[in-house]
Design a protein around this ligand. Sequence first.
Ligand SMILES: CC(=O)SCCNC(=O)CCNC(=O)[C@H](O)C(C)(C)COP(=O)(O)OP(=O)(O)OC[C@H]1O[C@@H](n2cnc3c(N)ncnc32)[C@H](O)[C@@H]1OP(=O)(O)O
Ligand SMILES: O=C([O-])CC(=O)C(=O)O
Length: 377
Amino acid sequence: MAADTGFKAGLEDVVANTSEICFLDGKEGRLIFQGYDIHDLVNGGATFEEVVYLLWHGELPSKTELKAFTEKLASERSLPEPVLEMLKRLPKDANAMAVLRTAVSHLGLYDPDDGDESIEANLRKAARLVAKIPTIVTSFERIRQGLEPVAPIPELSAAASFFYQLRGERPSAFEEKAFNTALILHADHELNASTFSARVTAGTLSDMYSAITSAIGTLKGPLHGGANEQVMRMLLEIGEKDQALSWIEEALANKKKIMGFGHRVYRTEDPRATHLRQLSKQAGELAGETKWFEMSQIIEQFVKEKKGLNANVDFYSASTYYAMGIPTHLYTPIFACSRISGWTAHVLEQYRNNRLIRPRAEYVGKVDRKYIPIAER
Ligand SMILES: CC(=O)SCCNC(=O)CCNC(=O)[C@H](O)C(C)(C)COP(=O)(O)OP(=O)(O)OC[C@H]1O[C@@H](n2cnc3c(N)ncnc32)[C@H](O)[C@@H]1OP(=O)(O)O
Ligand SMILES: O=C([O-])CC(=O)C(=O)O
């Protein structure tokens, strides 16, 4: 009989490290950042910048600290010229997450703290990454459309700056508030696949840019951050509300995964979906097109009834961003614009308390085979 190695497919429920950053209660559907419930952060009017500070430092900033931190992030938004030039040379139809992965790796070469692995230097690198990732995303989108990138203006919040750098115009108050909420909701999620990637890379004592490049590549996949784009493609393919049930029924009959549903940890409502459902409704109403929200509701109810699966963070973020006029291929890069805060928090925590991450595999291959020299085969 094979020895019981404790193997868990997909590392389900395996505890890989301790962390003070984020607590996720899958049974009760609670998400806590450094002891603060995300519902309180969102309903209490926190800014994304405040949440980034909280994730990195473990405490909410004072008014003075937040002002200085927000200004620091805003002052770091511009890209080094060679990175901007590189973006201009990339294929215009390149996948936006592949561009982000490439550009972040490239950006690392120009970080003034490259090679300095002190805590202070890594905090500065983290701030540059949080500030510059949205600039990479918005700049490449404009370049792709044949437009010049928009230089950031420092007085804008992170949420407002994203729209300004994308469109060259300031967003509406609703857009800024809704996007700020979306950024907070996506900021961290314990040991999700991309954060784990980042920690594995950091665990070798490789540098922060390498860890974040690993994380971006992991977020890109459709079973993880890539699902939000797939949700919108599904809604568009369904096209009309009255086609939703037959489309989903057929997909389920063909054993297809319905994007934006299911979760490795949550066994109940994803607390982030509660806010995004509401934002999708409001954004649809403001845009004068509630079809995508209504279709999403029909699908949500049906998938819950048929499969017992709940919508996850990616489901309603899709129709929210769509109603705000954001191109679908930017949804996963937007996830990265937020999750960079959590990734960097985890990388900093990994460096503070490092041990190489190196699990074992249960060997299920052949044994004791006799080598036959090539001349005899
Ligand atoms: C930000 C995020 O990463 S949130 C997740 C984003 N990803 C998605 O939305 C993609 C769709 N969802 C999924 O693929 C999965 O639910 C995951 C990847 C999120 C979680 O995967 P796992 O924990 O490995 O669950 P697993 O895939 O084993 O599913 C368990 C069962 O539920 C079913 N199931 C899970 N999710 C779905 C889905 N979205 N649609 C249909 N069936 C599903 C599986 O087919 C499986 O059924 P079976 O036991 O009859 O074979
Ligand atoms: O936690 C996970 O496995 C996926 C997820 O919801 C996230 O990364 O936000």
